[in-house]
Write a protein that binds this ligand. Structure first.
Ligand code: MG
Length: 272
């Protein structure tokens, strides 16, 4: 199963994504997940949703974030080499923080770099999309019964503000600081090892494998849900490998994992 969320004739749609000739296509309508209440309301009101449409290239679609989460939970320092490159101890437990929903940004959207920061970094990450309400999961939980699928995210970070502020709310939470997409897929297996790459203006800057997670997927799910109930559609960003670095206005960041497409976003100074 691979799907995306996009705009067609100003209507939100879900599309089945298929790979043909090495390219990703939106082949036809997909059913909406239960948590997208705005979509379901529009459907009830007969806004023409569910109508068929001609196949279109994913890259030519007006994509939206493929998820409508109730929260975005992030894991910091989940790759040993990234913890060390920032001079941090390798943690004994996962480090958790939130990004606000207002930071969500569609694939292709422009990240606005705030004037209050002089160092905005990219962090390419694999993100899990939760499939059902879960709380207090066991450390040996079968994650396939909890996770609907996987997508890509950029945990954009104002590194100077992260160091300056006691809490990371501002550094991690500016509007547009959470690009997500382009698709959700359950056809990839992070436990078998997924190769994540981040490019800046075409140059390879991050190269990591999910085999190098400090904390396994069941361990993350158990640790998070010991404190926080996860709902269908919630996002869990699983941390970034080494190679993070500062960006300048005009840069373009592309994050990719085979089978999940490419999440591409450009960066620009916030006009305000
Ligand atoms: Mg991160």
């Amino acid at each position: 199963m691979k799907y995306c969320r996009f705009l067609l004739d100003k209507q939100v749609r879900y599309g089945n994504v298929e790979e043909r000739d090495g390219k990703l296509w939106i082949a036809g309508p997909a059913s909406a997940p239960p948590e997208d209440l705005a979509f379901r309301l529009a459907h009830v009101l007969g806004a023409g949703i569910g109508l068929s449409f001609a196949p279109l290239l994913l890259s030519s679609a007006e994509l939206l974030p493929p998820v409508t989460p109730s929260k975005i939970v992030c894991v910091g320092r989940n790759y040993r080499d990234h913890a060390q490159e920032l001079g941090n101890e390798v943690p004994a437990e996962p480090v958790l923080f939130f990004k606000p929903l207002s930071s969500l940004l569609a694939p292709g959207g422009v990240v606005r770099m705030p004037a209050a920061s002089s160092r905005v970094d990219f962090e390419g990450e694999l993100a899990m999309v939760i499939g059902r309400r879960v709380s207090k999961l066991d450390p040996d939980v079968d994650w396939r019964k909890v996770v609907r699928g996987w997508t890509l995210a950029n945990d954009v970070t104002a590194r100077d503000l992260q160091k300056k502020d006691a809490q990371w709310t501002r550094a991690k939470g500016y509007d547009t600081f959470c690009p997500v997409g382009p698709i959700v897929s359950d056809e990839v297996d992070p436990e078998a090892g997924l190769d994540l790459e981040t490019r800046v203006n075409g140059e390879l800057r991050q190269e990591g494998s999910t085999r190098d997670f400090l904390f396994s997927i069941p361990k993350l799910l158990s640790f998070i849900t010991a404190a926080i109930t996860l709902e269908p559609g919630d996002l869990v960003l699983t941390g970034t490998p080494s190679g993070v670095g500062p960006l300048k206005p005009g840069d373009r960041v592309e994050i990719s994992v085979p089978g999940l497409g490419v999440l591409g976003n450009s960066f620009a100074s916030d006009p305000d």
